[in-house]
Design a protein around this ligand. Structure first.
Ligand SMILES: *Cc1c(COP(=O)(O)O)cnc(C)c1O
Length: 400
């Protein structure tokens, strides 16, 4: 792995023909320490946001011990990278083979579910050779909650509703000594109130079921900073979650968990792209909708950009991007503000791509390649560098 001070130094030294992913280990380490020190419970990293083994190792080295995995490939990857980590299989619809391998081969004990069918599947897949049911399962019921405060919905696909939850909780309790409730308020939840509404729904479900609950998992959804999306400090989220967790009718020693993906990984990576062609207000760049800019194309996500040439002197104007593939859909509307005199051959850095960016690259049409380089400068925006401190909130966390 090569080290450079920043993106400009990379471009000056290499003039790279392919996109380059710039990783900032210090930024991921800082995010991990923030959650480990300040979230009033356990923080699981949601691996799908960015499964890079280097990132997994950084999070582990900075105190993240539990990992939310959703496929058998993620189970294998994290088990190989971090042999001591605790893995939690939090996809509510799994194949029997995946459950079997996770439980018997990789000692995964924690599984989420949202239906009786999935409960039966898990119980069956975890039996021993003599057909005895497992006695060490830790099961977690996924409740459907609103995504109204989130930039990306996760409300439609998974989760049982309030009419089904009490019976499923009671039935699941008979198969495990440790029962949790989890939910996901949607990704990039812009208000802490999203979690209050969801915890209220948890309260209704467990009051109706009257079973002992050992864990509440408030899921992911913790935001990062993007152009036009400036969330309140994460302390506000942690505080309100803690207060409402405490007021729940649950076991006195019940645990509180969260599963951040985006918040732990967004600041880790940015991307250097080359302008291949300019057509008016459109720049043809060498990464796009089938690469790290999936969200910029498909859900119109805004990412910060900056030009990397020193000889651009004109004021900024708005551009749209075309990606490298031959598909019209490989288009990022932006708008991305860049100097008016930018042209083919120039380089651009696109920031905040550590979550659901670097992880989205495909080889479609032959455009998957990207070198990875470590840089030492700050991410283009940060929730953790102290720049967003409010008088009443201490948002700074020190590096060890
Ligand atoms: C995607 C996902 C997460 C992470 O969500 P973020 O919005 O990135 O924090 C956490 N838990 C589950 C079950 C998920 O599917």
């Amino acid at each position: 792995m090569q080290y450079f001070p920043d993106a400009k130094a990379v471009v000056r030294a290499l003039r790279p023909e392919e996109p380059v992913i710039l990783n900032r280990p210090h930024a991921a380490a800082r995010a991990a320490r923030f959650f480990v020190e300040k979230f009033p419970g356990k923080s699981l990293y949601a691996v799908k946001a960015n499964p890079s083994p280097e990132l997994l190792q950084i999070l582990w080295d900075n105190g993240v011990t539990h990992y939310d995995v959703a496929s058998i490939a993620e189970v294998r990857l994290v088990r190989t990278t971090l042999p001591q980590a605790t893995l939690c299989f939090m996809h509510p619809v799994k194949s029997p083979g995946a459950i079997r391998e996770a439980y018997h081969k990789h000692s995964v004990k924690t599984f989420s579910l949202d239906s009786v069918e999935e409960l039966e599947k898990i119980v069956d897949a975890c039996r021993d050779e003599d057909g005895n049911a497992a006695t060490d399962l830790r099961l977690c019921i996924r409740l459907r909650v609103s995504s109204e405060h989130a930039a990306l919905s996760l409300a439609a696909k998974f989760g049982c509703d309030l009419t089904e939850a009490p019976a499923l909780l009671q039935q699941t309790r008979q198969h495990c000594d440790w029962l949790g409730v989890c939910f996901h308020v949607g990704s990039q939840a812009m208000s802490p109130f999203a979690y209050v509404q969801a915890i209220d729904r948890v309260r209704a479900a467990i009051a109706e079921a009257s079973v002992v609950i050992d864990m509440i998992d408030v899921g992911g959804g913790f935001p990062s900073v993007y152009p036009g999306m400036e969330p309140p400090p994460l302390e506000d989220y942690f505080k309100i979650i803690h207060q409402h967790f405490y007021a729940l009718p649950i076991a006195y020693n019940a645990e509180l968990w969260c599963e951040p993906g985006r918040a732990l990984s967004a600041e880790y990576s940015s991307l250097v792209v080359k302008v291949e062609k300019r057509r008016g207000e459109e720049l043809y760049i060498n990464d796009g909708a089938y690469g790290a800019l999936f969200d910029a194309a498909h859900v119109d996500w805004k990412f910060p950009v900056r030009a990397l040439e020193d000889d651009l002197i004109k004021p900024e104007m708005d551009f749209a991007f075309y990606g490298p593939t031959c598909d019209d859909a490989d288009y990022m509307p932006g708008p991305f503000a860049l100097p008016e005199d930018i042209q083919a051959g120039d380089y651009i850095e696109i920031g905040m791509l550590g979550a659901y960016g670097a992880a989205m690259k495909t080889d479609f049409n032959g455009f998957g390649a990207a070198e990875r380089i470590i840089v030492q400068d700050e991410p283009m925006a940060s929730l953790y560098d102290g720049s967003r401190v409010r008088p009443e909130a201490d948002n700074v966390v020190s590096l060890r």
